[in-house]
Design a protein around this ligand. Structure first.
Ligand code: ADP
Length: 442
């Protein structure tokens, strides 16, 4: 039904005119009947009754607005009714738009290939999409309002929440399902709200495991034939009857066989370290004794920098797996020895402060151009492939260092300047430092 649109002023003039007309009519009737006041009272009573009837109709319509048609009334009441109708239409339009928007949002998040969970500042589940429900076994009826850590009890995820380092996702293995790996990442937003993104990475993890197994198996299989070849080459090179023309090629073959053995040894070491990315425990390692051993190894090399110093600033031990710590430190010291000329020097240092334990190797060698530093720990990455091969490097040393440090919760820092030298520092967290009780009691 169309409500006649009158201007509000017009309606008020009309209402005032009607009241005036009623009063005049009451006065005339009163004068004719001999009682002006009586006539006026009757006229006002009729007017009031009429207003009450209109008010009743308007109020009834407002209550049953969803199905009733608006009463056809003119004047101020007509104006009020048309305003209500207009407001109602506008509200319905916005509501429909909002509902449409919510539906679109719901269907687009439902179509997302990844799971999304909205958490409030207390990390209680506010909302989740279909994929998150499927991957995390969440039930819409029972799990809304529950804390996420009570539903996902995997220790890696709890550690991730505790450390609050959300820059990278954490990969967890779902205990409830076989071979299901999920990458979880928290994205904080708004006022303490958090988005939990969930991705199924089972396929990538399976491929990664296949790659790891392949490298480990291939390296293992290559080790025995190579040992035989190296053995024969050694015997051959020591044979006095060996043709002098063949001595050179045999020596080169021996060198290459040794290089291959070193690569295979490092590949096997890497695959062993990769078996589990979880932090390891370990026993106190006597760093001073280890550095003395590493110094001896450098001095035993046929060619080495003239000066090799150790500086032990703390007698605290380092908690870790001795063989792994030895392997990491010796790789760093080996590199320093390889890439520093005879007239240069190497310094190994161990010190402890409030940030934890630190081991550094400083050399005055060839240095590394800054653009190479971020990629040094990649497998087979070499700054100068020719020179590295000539020194017998496998290209895996720093990858091993990175893995060992990761397993011990430590970080590698590299500072270097071309032609001036390099400093490789391993920073271990305070929990890895073991101060002997006897020493503290003194
Ligand atoms: P490699 O077995 O070839 O030495 P690493 O993984 O140990 O492999 O080191 C990667 C590369 O980093 C090396 O090839 C070398 O170019 C560079 N590098 C490592 N340590 C040093 C160092 N102390 N001085 C100069 N270059 C270094």
């Amino acid at each position: 039904m169309r409500i006649p649109l009158q201007s509000a002023t017009h309606a008020w003039w009309f209402a005032a005119g009607r009241l005036l007309g009623t009063i005049v009519a009451g006065l005339i009737v009163g004068a004719l009947l001999g009682s002006i006041w009586g006539g006026l009272a009757i006229a006002l009573a009729v007017h009031l009754t009429w207003q009450l009837v209109v008010l009743f109709r308007v109020e009834w319509w407002v209550r049953h607005r969803s199905f009733a048609v608006p009463p056809e009334i003119g004047g101020v009441w007509g104006e009020i009714i048309s305003q209500i109708v207009r407001l109602h239409r506008r509200k319905r339009f916005h509501k429909q738009r909002f509902v449409q928007l919510v539906r679109q949002l719901q269907s687009s998040t439902a179509a997302l290939p990844n799971g999304v969970v909205i958490l409030n500042p207390q990390r209680e589940i506010v909302w989740f999409n279909r994929m998150a429900g499927r991957l995390l076994d969440l039930r819409r009826a029972g799990d809304l309002g529950l804390r996420i850590e009570n539903l996902l009890r995997e220790p890696e995820f709890n550690r991730y929440l505790r450390l609050q380092d959300y820059a990278n996702p954490v990969v967890i293995r779902r205990a409830s399902r076989d071979d299901c790996y999920l990458a979880l990442q928290i994205v904080p937003y708004g006022d303490g709200q958090q988005l939990l993104l969930v991705e199924d990475v089972s396929r990538q993890m399976r491929l990664e495991a296949v790659r790891r197994d392949f490298v480990a198996n291939a390296s293992h299989e290559l080790r025995s034939p190579l040992t035989v070849i190296s053995g024969y080459l050694e015997t051959l090179s020591q044979d006095p009857a060996l043709d002098r023309d063949l001595a050179g090629p045999v020596a080169e073959m021996r060198r290459q066989a040794e290089r291959m053995t070193a690569i295979i040894h490092d590949l096997l070491e890497l695959s062993r370290l990769e078996q589990t990315g979880e932090p390891v425990g370990g026993e106190p390692v006597d760093v001073a004794a280890l550095l003395a051993l590493l110094r001896k190894d450098v001095l035993a090399r046929p060619v080495h920098p003239r000066e090799v110093r150790e500086r032990i600033d703390s007698d605290a031990a380092l908690i870790g797996i001795e063989s792994e710590i030895h392997s990491a430190f010796s790789n760093l010291v080996d590199n320093a020895a390889k890439y520093t000329p005879v007239e240069g020097s190497i310094e190994m240092r161990w010190w402890v402060d409030e940030d934890g334990g630190h081991f550094s190797v400083t050399d005055t060698g060839i240095g590394i151009p800054s653009e190479h530093i971020p990629r040094l720990t990649e497998r087979f990455y070499r700054v100068d492939p020719g020179r590295s091969r000539a020194t017998g490097g496998s290209g895996l040393g720093l990858a091993i260092v990175k893995h060992v440090l990761q397993r011990h919760g430590a970080e590698l820092e590299v500072r270097s300047a071309t032609a001036k030298g390099s400093t490789f520092t391993c920073h271990f967290p305070p929990q890895r430092v073991h101060v002997a009780r006897a020493a503290t009691a003194v």
